[in-house]
Design a protein around this ligand. Structure first.
Ligand SMILES: *Cc1c(COP(=O)(O)O)cnc(C)c1O
Length: 391
């Protein structure tokens, strides 16, 4: 029965029954017209989620990590310089991937808990008068620390320094949950995955590419095969794939887009904000601290929470799972042992969120945390009661 408990990890997220059913389809011939009829509108509708009119859409059978690899290998050459800030485990892993592809990666080290440093990007770009920096890489929502960065500020920094560098953004744990505006923010490549805001099984990297980035593929010399934009675009223009497409996932994506549009993207974002705010009220009631350094950085999809001095967050998440069969995110990298995470994105309601707060609170009490049982739940309840009509 406990398999009915929602997960509170920030991906893969809970899958609505409707989407599980949509993915449960018999094999169809991916070269038959039926598949063409599914794929093309899905690619078109994805543009509404990325908020792009001119971008090209790609769906690779992969996880989000493949989106990083696709972005880099299609548009850059070994030795090309990229500018990137490290402020959590996911920005760290993207840096590692770039280094392994032979890029010249200039890393701006930031506190874990801070966001993309637009001002430091700007001064570095202004110095680069020879324009050796080809791209700036940013993680919109750093899932390890629960930090949502201001991507429009990064765009303004690039423009203010009159620099032609492209802007690549990881929006794996924000897209379809937190507002993302590819065209307005001048993002050249935006990449996501299927198992977070889209509420599907893992298995697709979803990538949006600007005209400028498509143009850059012509000079890019990084070896690429599976993730080649050119081959994929030529195939999808004809309604097909260069290899076997993940048909069941694409059917799921059709249903996911329908669900998101039926709720309305703005309502989806407002729901995430409200749920997140209730959880933040609980954190405040526990007198604990979020990793995110300031309220403007608070993520509406995941909260990373420091445990009090002398406690180990891994023990807490293990205990919550072993005792109550509820999963929470562990502390990653620098946060290991120090912080746990509550994922509150995708298929999530206020009532589900309350069950997560209640479960982790029981686990805390079992481990003698200095909290009063029910105090976090009550704080979240109060907020949800006050705001129930606003969504
Ligand atoms: C989940 C996630 C990824 C991708 O991870 P995969 O396991 O490869 O899907 C990348 N970036 C961020 C910010 C993420 O949250």
């Amino acid at each position: 029965m406990s398999d009915q408990n929602p997960v509170f990890i920030p991906g893969p997220t809970n899958i609505p029954d409707q989407l599980r059913r949509a993915m449960n389809t018999q094999t169809i011939d991916h070269r038959a017209p039926d598949f063409v009829g599914v794929l093309k509108p899905v690619l078109e509708d994805l543009k509404k989620v990325f908020k792009t009119e001119t971008g090209e859409m790609f769906i690779f059978p992969s996880s989000g990590t493949g989106g990083w690899e696709a972005a880099v290998t299609n548009t850059l050459s070994p030795g090309d310089k990229v500018l990137v800030a490290r402020y959590g485990m996911f920005s760290h892993r993207w840096i590692d991937l770039c280094q392994r592809h032979g890029l010249d990666v200039e890393v701006i080290e930031c506190n874990w808990g801070s966001g993309a440093p637009a001002d430091r990007f700007e001064s570095r770009l202004a110095e680069d008068t020879g324009h050796s920096i080809k791209a700036v890489l940013a993680t919109h929502n750093e899932t390890a620390t629960g930090v949502r960065s201001d991507i429009s500020a990064v765009r303004r920094a690039i423009d203010a320094s009159n620099h032609p560098a492209m802007l690549y953004v990881d929006c794996v744990s924000s897209l379809a949950s937190i507002d993302f505006r590819m065209d307005e923010w001048g993002v050249d490549i935006a990449l996501s995955g299927s198992q977070k805001g889209f509420m599907l099984a893992t298995g697709m990297a979803i990538v949006a590419v600007s005209e400028k980035a498509m143009e850059a593929t012509k000079q890019a010399r990084c070896p690429r095969c599976f993730f080649d934009f050119g081959e994929m675009l030529a195939a999808t223009k004809k309604g097909g794939y260069p290899y076997t497409p993940p048909i069941q996932l694409i059917h799921g994506l059709r249903a996911s887009l329908d669900m998101l549009f039926a709720e309305g993207l703005d309502h989806v974002f407002a729901r995430h904000h409200r749920i997140a705010e209730g959880i933040r009220r609980a954190v405040a009631a526990w007198e604990m601290r979020l990793c995110a350094e300031s309220p403007d950085l608070y993520s509406d999809t995941v909260s990373a929470i420091y445990v009090p001095e002398g406690f180990n967050s891994d023990e807490l998440t293990n205990h919550a799972y072993n005792t109550y069969r509820v999963s929470f995110g562990i502390g990653l990298g620098e946060m290991a042992g120090k912080a746990f995470r509550i994922g509150h994105l995708g298929s999530m309601t206020d009532v589900m969120a309350l069950s997560g707060v209640a479960a982790i609170e029981m686990a805390m009490k079992d481990l003698n945390y200095p909290i009063e049982l029910g105090i976090g739940v009550a704080a979240a309840q109060r907020y949800y009661r006050e705001t129930v009509k606003s969504v």
